[in-house]
Design a binder for this molecule. Structure first.
Ligand SMILES: Nc1ncnc2c1ncn2[C@@H]1O[C@H](COP(=O)(O)OP(=O)(O)OP(=O)(O)O)[C@@H](O)[C@H]1O
Ligand SMILES: [Zn+2]
Length: 489
């Protein structure tokens, strides 16, 4: 190698100079130290990128994962194949080689893989699919080979019974082959992975289990899902209310919560949040408490943290007072409609701009619903339309602030059409021409607008009253809103 020749030459020159009586020893020492450090860093780099990062698994147990009871159960059942491999072997059952975890980001797939390693007393190696993306042909495939080699080494060194290789972002490495010419390199890498998995035998050396995670299972090459490869699939979904509560409990275990705090309530309000979002909420709440030098995390800290995670940071630009009043009218319109068609459904109204929402009304979801009736869809559309209609009723004009509402309303109308809930009855919507479709949509919206406007007209005094409170206070809880409406009636 060129470098070695250079080093040899350098040593020669230094030796010559020393013999000639020059004191070059300190300079030489400096060079040697620099070389050793460089070499060390480089070798670490190769291990890190090439063979996966070994991660200590201590600390993650299945109990540390909130909710996901179905995923946990399926996973544990699959892992029992590994734990009782002797019994499996006796019965001639094919060894378990791959498990695919699929689901949205932040739902705990990595946590599940770590817990799996602990459950089965396995060495744990974690890599990301993106680490295999290289410009040089063959590098990715070589990395895959190195990864399996290293997994077997770790089993021996750490005296474990097996190894689990966790590949995050599997879709980057395992995308459908041949779908893109420039992906030729991934194809080789994927082939190598399949070869390694096919070569895994129970009676030869330590057992290696591959766990992969993806949020786009449909993008994976079908060859990966064949028996003997990733033949177990575990779906990891967003947590339901009970799951959210469990996750909140886990992440507040070491945090001082005020007596008044109800995690149930927070779980109720955070429909659609992932585990990672919820962890973020508890952390943000603690930061807020710290900022206020409070000793405990109270209700308000948690509510603000939910808002922050949901809508991003506060906008820098403050709307003018005229704009604020319009926003307040708009949000009051949404809120009054919501309380009329579905009493007790509003959880909070705000005219504080965050992210790209100027103001918002938060609703309590009807416990995680999967089916909608026509009445419910119509009510939702009316709530969406009410913002702009309130503006029109009080100020005489609508504004661009309602664009998002219209989009939502149109989506809901689309749902109704598809479900046969329009004057067309049950029909293949895709066969309708655009004009026909638009005419039906228009009819539905016109009728609902009329009904919405009536409700707004009947409640104009309350609408103005709530607007004033909002302008003064910026936010209003659902309870305060209901008390106000009751007193106004
Ligand atoms: N079910 C859960 N219970 C407790 N904490 C959770 C749960 N799900 C997610 N978290 C929190 O979110 C963080 C991220 O989760 P994790 O990395 O496991 O998600 P992931 O599904 O692998 O996401 P990605 O697809 O983005 O890699 C965890 O470190 C944990 O703090
Ligand atoms: Zn709106």
């Amino acid at each position: 190698m060129k470098l070695d020749v250079l080093i040899g030459l350098a040593i020669g020159v230094f030796a010559f100079l020393m013999v000639m009586g020059y004191n070059v020893f300190p300079v030489g020492l400096l060079f040697v130290t620099a070389y050793v450090v460089w070499k060390f860093v480089l070798s670490r780099q190769i291990v890190k990128n090439g063979n996966g990062v070994a991660i200590a698994t201590s600390g993650v147990d299945f109990e540390d994962i909130g909710g996901q009871s179905v995923a946990k159960k399926e996973l544990q059942e699959a892992l029992d194949f590994l734990l009782y491999s002797d019994r499996m072997k006796a019965l001639g059952i094919r060894p378990l080689k791959g498990i695919l975890l699929s689901g949205p980001t932040g739902t705990g797939k990595t946590l599940l893989a770590k817990a799996a390693a602990r459950y089965t007393n396995s060495a744990f190696l974690s890599v990301s699919g993106s680490e295999f993306v290289e410009m040089y042909a063959g590098v990715g495939a070589e990395r895959v080979r190195g990864l399996f080699r290293r997994a077997r080494e770790m089993v021996r060194k750490e005296k474990k019974s097996s190894a689990i290789i966790f590949i995050d972002e599997m879709d980057i490495l395992g995308a459908k082959r041949g779908s893109n010419v420039s992906h030729h390199e991934y194809d080789q890498t994927l082939n190598q992975l399949l070869i390694e998995m096919d070569g895994l035998k129970v009676d030869q050396g330590p057992h290696v289990l591959v766990m992969a995670a993806t949020n786009r299972p449909e993008a994976l090459d079908a060859a990966l899902l064949r028996p003997g490869r990733f033949d177990r699939q575990v779906k990891v979904d967003l947590p339901d209310k009970e799951g959210r509560l469990a996750i909140l409990q886990i992440h507040t275990k070491n945090k001082p919560l005020a007596e008044e705090v109800s995690l149930e309530e927070i779980a109720h309000e955070t429909f659609g949040f992932s585990g990672a979002h919820l962890e973020n909420v508890t952390n943000e709440a603690a930061i807020l408490a710290l900022r206020e030098e409070a000793e405990e995390i109270n209700k308000r800290h948690l509510h603000e943290a939910v808002e922050k995670v949901m809508l991003g940071e506060k906008l820098d630009r403050k709307p003018t007072s005229e704009e604020l009043r319009r926003i307040a009218i708009h949000e009051s319109g949404h809120a009054i409609l919501a309380e009329t068609v579905r009493p007790n459904s509003v959880s909070q109204i705000s005219i504080r701009s965050r992210g790209n929402a100027l103001g918002y009304v938060r609703h309590y979801p009807k416990d995680d619903l999967y089916l909608y009736t026509q009445v419910m869809l119509e009510e939702q559309i009316m709530v969406a339309l009410a913002g702009a209609l309130a503006e029109e009723q009080i100020l005489g004009t609508r504004s661009t602030g309602a664009a998002g509402d219209y989009e939502q309303a149109l989506n809901l109308v689309e749902k109704m059409l598809l479900a046969g809930m329009s004057s067309l009855g049950v029909t293949d919507v895709s066969l309708l021409n655009a004009d026909k479709r638009q005419a039906v949509t228009k009819d539905i919206l016109a009728e609902l607008e009329e009904r919405t406007m009536k409700i707004i007209e009947n409640n104009q005094q309350s609408l103005l009253g709530i607007t004033e409170i909002l302008v003064a206070e910026e936010t209003l809880t659902g309870d305060t809103l209901r008390t106000y409406l009751k007193n106004a009636a």
